[in-house]
Design a protein around this ligand. Structure first.
Ligand SMILES: [Zn+2]
Length: 102
């Protein structure tokens, strides 16, 4: 279902409004704050290993901001998988690191 088609919160049933969240307009519940993601929930994650150690990064955004995770990115409904996103994830998340710490 496209974001524009969502009229009610799938969590509590109250009306939603389109708000700019996470780089695009998304339906946000006016009562409970639930954000509807019209995405297939596919993600790209990179597992980089060197000398038996795995590279982890801290999340920059909510949810779970500040927690450690594998470098990666969500695949939104408007984009196509998979190679392009692997390359984008690499470019955004790993290449800026001058001296990655494993
Ligand atoms: Zn709600």
């Amino acid at each position: 279902m496209r974001a524009e088609e969502v009229k009610f919160c799938p969590k509590c049933g109250q009306p939603v409004m389109l708000e700019f969240r996470f780089a695009q307009d998304r339906p946000v519940c006016t009562v409970c704050g639930f954000i509807y993601f019209a995405d297939p929930k596919v993600a790209v994650a990179l597992m980089l290993e060197r000398e038996g150690k795995i590279l982890l990064v801290r999340r920059a955004h909510d949810p779970f901001r500040g927690l450690w995770t594998l470098p990666g990115a969500l695949l939104t409904a408007a984009k196509t998988p998979p190679k392009r996103h692997s390359v984008n994830a690499w470019r955004k998340l790993v290449s800026p690191l001058k001296s990655p710490v494993f």
